[in-house]
Design a protein around this ligand. Structure first.
Ligand SMILES: [Zn+2]
Length: 97
């Protein structure tokens, strides 16, 4: 079952011009209060940065508002969060009538 309300753990971190600390590099889904990502990586061991103030959905490069520096989304975490492998969320060329 996909966790609800997941935050983000990322391989890198940056601060945008507004002073907002945002994820960068490779992002994983992380449930607050745990010490591992949804795909099972130990956060302390992998030296990931935690972003408890960033929602998983906001760190998706296609749609997220906090994803400017995100380069890659962990596929296992995406699958664990309920993304379907065959969907292409950034294409919308068949609008409903
Ligand atoms: Zn992951």
């Amino acid at each position: 079952m996909a966790p609800k309300d997941a935050a983000v753990a990322a391989s890198d971190s940056w601060v945008d011009p507004d002073g907002f600390r945002a994820p960068a590099g490779l992002v994983h889904a992380w449930v607050r209060g745990t010490n591992q990502t949804v795909c099972g990586v130990q956060i302390s061991r992998a030296r990931l940065y935690r972003f408890s103030h960033v929602q998983w959905v906001d760190a998706q490069p296609a749609t997220g508002r906090d994803a400017d520096e995100v380069r890659e989304v962990c596929r296992k975490c995406a699958a664990g969060m309920g993304a379907r492998r065959d969907t292409k969320p950034w294409r919308r060329d068949n609008p409903r009538p």
